[in-house]
Write a protein that binds this ligand. Structure first.
Ligand SMILES: Cc1cc2nc3c(=O)[nH]c(=O)nc-3n(C[C@H](O)[C@H](O)[C@H](O)COP(=O)(O)O)c2cc1C
Length: 338
């Protein structure tokens, strides 16, 4: 007998070509071929992080991932990364089944460029207007991400975005992200119409994730309130906010913003260069934390869901816990309504 989950998984599973529409969101320095392939092999959907990776390395990572899994996976490109243009140029060569645009949002031509390579395109949206624009521009699916999420974030909570976007858009699948850590809540996202769910922070703590043990240990200890978003000091430097655990690195970022503002005033950098410097800072700081275990000055990007997770476990167990939690909750709901 088909489970209740199967019914609600159908749209997302068909779109992604996977058993479970449970996505391990791309995480720069974290989402490398091993983690991505383990997720896809366990029936979920892994995403390689384009980050600011030099094109030849990204190409090698895609080839490596293809060797490790026969199942579908996506590649995430960040529109505000200094390497973005190079990543776009690389797409025809990579022949990917799925491209995920994140960071900012792509223009219509960029979406078409990705689609022309045969890829299905998923676009991040952190506001209702971005979501609707991405659908108009030809996105095949939306990744609706609330401000609770880890990494680069918008300013609107998932609860509000669900009402503005998930309840309004039906022409393409809408996946949801930000603050999700339990099967129970994922079940309700599916009941509300989500085609699938994306988690980052919980997968960053997976045993197969190559992040430094000190990085994972910090996540295990952290409370939800420790994952804070960076402020924007001045509208002349419209940086995308980043949610991470508070540490000295977050203070360093404030100093960088002030210094860039001064340079903007003096005319020694323009806004575009300043945004690139900000991105370089984050990519470098995240590498320091993930690879070197510098938990003081590196960036500990994490969502508020960090407060819901207190152990490291295998990807297989994470996916099993989520799918079991989803089915159990759907059966509970059915009992209430019967
Ligand atoms: C350490 C870390 C790095 C991230 N890097 C990226 C990235 O490179 N590209 C991207 O689209 N999202 C990135 N994200 C966001 C995740 O893909 C995902 O959408 C988010 O973590 C979901 O929220 P959650 O952390 O509450 O599960 C990152 C998140 C974390 C925690």
């Amino acid at each position: 007998m088909a489970s209740l989950s199967d019914k609600l998984f159908k749209r997302g599973s068909d779109f992604l070509g996977v058993k479970y529409p449970i996505i391990c969101g791309a995480m720069t320095w974290v989402s490398e071929p091993k983690l991505v392939s383990v997720v896809s092999n366990a029936g979920g959907f892994g995403c390689l992080a384009g980050g600011n990776t030099p094109p030849e390395i990204l190409k090698r990572q895609v080839e490596e991932t293809k060797k490790l899994t026969k199942n579908p996976f996506g590649v995430n490109v960040i529109t505000i990364a200094p390497a973005y243009r190079q990543h776009l140029e690389l797409l025809p060569d990579l022949k990917l089944p799925y491209v995920i645009f994140a960071g900012g949002f792509p223009d219509k031509k960029e979406i078409q460029t990705a689609k022309d390579t045969g890829a299905k395109v998923i676009c991040f949206a952190s506001t209702d207007s971005i979501a609707k624009r991405m659908v108009r521009y030809g996105a095949d699916a939306i990744m609706l991400e609330g401000m609770e999420a880890g990494g680069h974030v918008g300013h609107v909570s998932l609860v509000v975005l669900l009402q503005q976007v998930l309840f309004e858009i039906n022409e393409v699948p809408v996946f949801v992200a930000g603050g999700l850590a339990t099967g129970k809540l994922c079940a309700h996202m599916l009941l509300m119409g989500a085609s699938g769910v994306q988690l980052g922070t919980r997968f960053a703590m997976a045993e197969e994730c190559l992040a430094h043990p000190k990085f994972k240990q910090k996540f295990i200890q952290a409370n939800a309130r420790d994952a804070i978003a960076t402020p924007q000091f001045d509208s002349r430097l419209p940086v995308v906010a980043v949610r991470a655990l508070k540490n000295k690195g977050m203070e360093e970022f404030s100093k960088l913003q002030l210094s860039l503002l001064k340079q903007l005033e003096e005319g020694t950098v323009n806004r575009n260069e300043a945004q690139h410097k900000v991105e370089e800072y984050w990519m470098g700081a995240l590498r320091k934390a993930v690879q070197d275990g510098d938990i003081d000055y590196g960036s500990l990007m994490a969502g508020q869901s960090v407060g819901l997770i207190n152990k490291s476990e295998t990807v297989e167990l994470i996916i099993k816990d989520l799918t079991t939690g989803i089915e159990t909750e759907l059966q509970n709901v059915k009992k209430i309504l019967d």
